[in-house]
Design a protein around this ligand. Structure first.
Ligand code: PLP
Ligand code: COI
Length: 339
């Protein structure tokens, strides 16, 4: 029986659900894994994750479709990216096939928590892993836990589709040869001060620049960014120090193959922003959140689409992508994973 929740009132937060998936790594191998009701993690006070932040994670969603199926969107790409993240911080990767099976198990166990079709909410799925045994010298752990928790969520930015404001901060997110391209906890720890500061100053998010030249647009703390030019070309930053967003890759495909637009990944200089007509953040949590304004040290760029509504192309991209995710529009082969 579906849980008695006011789905439309949900924000993006953690609600404890009934079940989680856990597998432990010991003596060089992952154990078979299980679904459990135990929401507590008990590890050594000197665990590598606590001392040296050895942890990586993923984020994806389960949706109820028009014909009442429960599906995930391209989870194979999350499985693959998590392998890359794990390897970058010397963790044993969780096998991709097992990742998909674990997602299936944990969503099935929590099926009553999957919000109804058209409720505006979805079930956020958070796979993560961390080093559990004690280390004192700086080195990787020998033992790990892989875990998946789920939580019903609403929009990441309060106000849903209302355009947000970004500012260019005086902080960097990723070093040229650092960890910006993988989804490791340390990238988010170092963004916490910047996001609190942005919020204190009335901005919704930080738009980071490349840390080497501080001239090129990268991404925000939790999402990639797209722009629409005056010729209706959809462009997005090409950089080796941003996370390769699955939503962004999908949107670029949708722009080209569903909407017939030119879609280009290239370096984008901060001075170019004034020439664009629309912008939006994209990610699993953010979906496609319109950006109305970007403030770069007193220089305000207000996109012609304005602060009231999403721009025309942003709206089309949003409705096509979410239509594909919810089974209203035919998906490209392999994009929809049935639970
Ligand atoms: N960039 C960062 C820094 C993120 O944390 C996320 C969230 O996962 C994204 C981009 C969007 O990636 P995806 O579309 O795969 O969720
Ligand atoms: C996601 O979109 O899944 C993320 O992990 C972003 C996070 C900042 C909530």
């Amino acid at each position: 029986m579906e849980k008695n929740i006011d789905w439309g009132a949900l924000g993006f937060g953690y609600s404890k659900t009934d079940y989680r998936y856990v597998s432990n790594y010991k003596n060089g191998k992952w154990c078979s894994g299980e679904i459990t009701t135990d929401d507590k993690v008990v590890i050594s006070e000197c665990a590598c994750v606590l001392q040296y932040a050895q942890t990586c994670f993923e984020g994806l969603k389960a949706y109820r479709t028009k014909d009442n199926k429960v599906v995930c969107f391209r989870p194979d790409l999350n499985a693959k990216r998590m392998v890359e993240s794990a390897l970058r911080i010397e963790m044993p990767p969780f096998p991709e096939e097992r990742f998909l099976d674990a997602v299936k198990q944990v969503v099935r166990a929590n099926i009553d928590w999957v919000p109804p079709y058209r409720s505006g909410a979805s079930l956020y799925i958070r796979p993560y892993m961390f080093g559990t045994n004690p280390v004192m010298g700086v080195k990787p752990a020998d033992e790990y836990q892989f875990r998946i928790i789920v939580s019903p969520v609403g929009p990441y930015f309060k106000g849903g589709i209302k355009p947000i404001t970004l500012r260019v901060p005086d902080f960097d997110r990723a070093a040229p040869l650092g960890t910006g391209h993988v989804k490791v906890g340390l990238n988010y720890a170092m963004s916490l001060h910047a996001i609190v500061d942005a919020h204190n100053q009335g901005y919704n998010e930080n738009l980071y620049l490349d840390s080497k030249t501080r001239t090129k647009v990268e991404e925000t703390g939790g999402a990639n960014i797209i722009f629409v030019t005056k010729d209706n070309e959809v462009i997005t930053p090409k950089s080796s120090t941003i996370l390769s967003s699955i939503t962004r890759r999908s949107l670029m495909y949708v722009a080209e193959h569903y909407l017939g637009l030119k879609a280009t990944e290239r370096e984008i200089h901060i001075e170019e922003l004034k020439d664009f007509k629309e912008s939006a953040l994209c990610g699993t949590a953010a979906v496609l959140s319109p950006v109305g304004k970007i403030v770069d040290h007193g220089n305000e760029i207000i996109f012609p689409s304005g602060m009231e509504n999403a721009g025309e192309i942003t709206q089309k991209l949003y409705s096509t992508l979410t239509g594909i995710q919810k089974g209203e529009i035919e998906a490209p082969a392999g994009w929809i994973f049935e639970i």
